[in-house]
Design a protein around this ligand. Structure first.
Ligand SMILES: *[C@@H]1O[C@H](CO)[C@@H](O)[C@H](O)[C@H]1NC(C)=O
Ligand SMILES: *[C@@H]1O[C@H](CO)[C@@H](O)[C@H](O)[C@H]1NC(C)=O
Ligand SMILES: *[C@@H]1O[C@H](CO)[C@@H](O)[C@H](O)[C@H]1NC(C)=O
Ligand SMILES: [Ca+2]
Length: 366
C-alpha cells in the first residue's frame, strides 16, 4: 500500500513537472529547484548500497525514512529494511552517496530495499566543474567537461597535447594546461601537420645552438628540472625551454625540428618510450635509423658530416664525439675517431653541426 502511495506522491506528479520544465527550457541541461528535486525517489527492490552511512534510524514506514534523508543536506539515498523488525518498525540508513557514484556497491540483499533521489545529478557526480546532464527517464547522466578535462566524470586532466587533440578534434594550435599529478603546466600544443604528421604534438625542449644551456654535458639532459617554462607557451621562436613533459609525457613519435637561416625543417623518429628522459638520462645508446641524408636535410643541407661511421640515435657516443640525439661521422672507416656530428645536445654545440651550423631547435613528442 505505502509503495503505491509513494509512487503517486513522489514520482508521478513532480516528474511531470520536471519533464515539462525541461522541455520548455529548449535544451536538456536543467537543474530542478531544490524543493522539486527532493521529492523524486526511485526504489531499487532488494538492494543494499554498501557505503558508510551518515545516519541510522528506526521508522514506521518508508516515507519517514525518505523524509529523514530529505532533511539531511548530504543524504542522497537510503537503505530501508524490507520487512518490519520485532518492534514493528523498519531500520532506515541515510547514505552520503548513490548508485551513480558507487555503482559497484549496489548489492542484492533480501532484507533491504534501496531508495535513491531520482536525479542522478543530485550528488554532483561530475568533477572539475563539469556540467551534469541528467536523463530523468532512465536515471543516467552525462558529464559535459570543462575545457581541459576528460573522462566519464571529467576526473582526468590532459596529460599531453594528444589528449587535447583527441578531445578538441581541431587542428588549431593552442595553449593547453597539462596535469602531472598535482602539478600543472601550460604549453602551446602544436596541432595538425606542421612537418611531423597529423595529431597533437607536445612540446618538450627548445634549444638555441648559439647558447650553452643544453650542451651534451648539461645536467638538464639527465635531471628532472625545468628551464624557462614560459618558453613552452610560445611557438617556434628563439626562446629556450625544457618542460616537465621531458620526464612525464609518454610517446610513440619524436618530432625533431631545426631552424637554420630562418628556414624551419622537421623529421620524425618512430620510437616508443614512457618519456624522453627515460630514453636519454641513463646515458645508454639507443639507435635510430633515419639515415644520414635525413639528418643533413634537417639543416640547410650544408651540414658537415664525414662519410663514415654514421652512428645515430639517442646518447650516440664514441671516444671523440657525443650527441644526446644525433648522428656522428668519421673520415676513417670506423667510429673510433669521429670528428663531425649533427644533432641536439652535441659536445660543444647545443644544436646544429660541429662546424658552422648553429640551429634553433625544437623537440616535440606524440
Ligand atoms: C564511492 O565513490 C567515490 C568516488 O565517487 C569513492 O571515492 C569512494 O571510495 C566510493 N566508496 C565506496 C564504498 O566504494
Ligand atoms: C543485507 O544487509 C544487511 C544490513 O546491512 C546485512 O546485515 C546483511 O548481511 C546483508 N545480507 C546480504 C545477503 O548481503
Ligand atoms: C587536420 O588536418 C588533416 C589534414 O592535414 C585532416 O586530415 C584532419 O582531418 C584534420 N583534423 C581535424 C580534427 O580537423
Ligand atoms: Ca677521424
Amino acid at each position: 500500500m505505502f509503495l503505491v502511495f509513494i509512487f503517486l506522491l513522489f514520482i508521478i506528479w513532480p516528474n511531470l513537472l520536471l519533464e515539462a520544465a525541461a522541455s520548455q527550457g529548449g535544451h536538456n541541461i536543467y537543474r530542478p529547484p531544490q524543493s522539486v528535486r527532493q521529492h523524486v525517489f526511485v526504489r531499487e527492490e532488494f538492494r543494499y548500497l554498501n557505503v558508510p552511512r551518515i545516519g541510522s534510524y528506526t521508522v514506521d514506514n518508508s516515507i519517514d525514512c525518505v523524509f529523514k534523508c530529505l532533511s539531511h543536506t548530504s543524504c542522497f539515498s537510503v537503505n530501508l529494511a524490507a520487512s518490519r523488525g520485532m518492534d514493528g518498525k523498519f531500520w532506515c540508513e541515510l547514505l552520503p552517496s548513490d548508485k551513480y557514484r558507487n555503482s559497484t556497491e549496489l548489492l542484492g540483499n533480501k532484507s533491504s530495499h534501496h531508495f535513491v533521489i531520482k536525479s542522478p545529478c543530485s550528488s554532483s557526480p561530475c568533477k572539475n566543474e563539469g556540467t551534469c546532464v541528467p536523463s530523468y527517464k532512465n536515471g543516467i547522466f552525462e558529464c559535459l567537461c570543462k575545457k581541459g578535462f576528460i573522462g566519464e566524470f571529467c576526473e582526468k586532466g590532459f596529460k599531453s597535447c594528444k589528449d587535447a587533440y583527441n578531445s578538441y578534434k581541431s587542428n588549431a594550435s593552442e595553449l593547453v594546461t597539462l596535469h602531472f599529478g598535482a602539478k600543472t603546466t601550460s604549453v602551446l600544443c602544436q596541432m595538425g601537420d606542421f612537418g611531423c604528421g597529423d595529431g597533437g604534438w607536445t612540446p618538450v625542449m627548445k634549444i638555441d645552438g648559439n647558447k650553452n644551456t643544453f650542451l651534451f654535458s648539461s645536467g638538464y639532459w639527465t635531471d628532472k628540472s625545468e628551464f624557462n617554462p614560459s618558453g613552452g607557451t610560445t611557438s617556434f621562436d628563439s626562446q629556450e625551454t625544457k618542460l616537465p613533459t621531458y620526464w612525464n609525457t609518454p610517446f610513440s613519435k619524436v618530432c625533431l625540428g631545426m631552424k637554420v637561416n630562418g628556414q624551419l625543417r622537421f623529421t620524425v623518429i618512430n620510437s616508443q618510450a614512457s618519456s624522453l628522459h627515460s630514453l636519454i638520462a641513463d646515458g645508454q645508446y639507443r639507435s635510430t635509423s633515419l639515415g644520414r641524408n635525413k639528418w643533413i636535410a634537417l639543416t640547410d643541407s650544408k651540414a658537415s658530416l664525414q662519410p663514415n661511421c654514421n652512428k645515430e640515435g639517442f646518447d650516440t657516443q664514441t671516444i671523440h664525439r657525443r650527441a644526446r640525439v644525433g648522428i656522428l661521422g668519421n673520415n676513417e672507416n670506423d667510429c673510433r675517431t669521429c670528428d663531425s656530428a649533427i644533432g641536439f645536445g652535441v659536445d660543444n654545440r647545443a644544436c646544429g653541426d660541429l662546424s658552422s651550423i648553429r640551429a634553433m631547435c625544437y623537440i616535440l613528442v606524440q
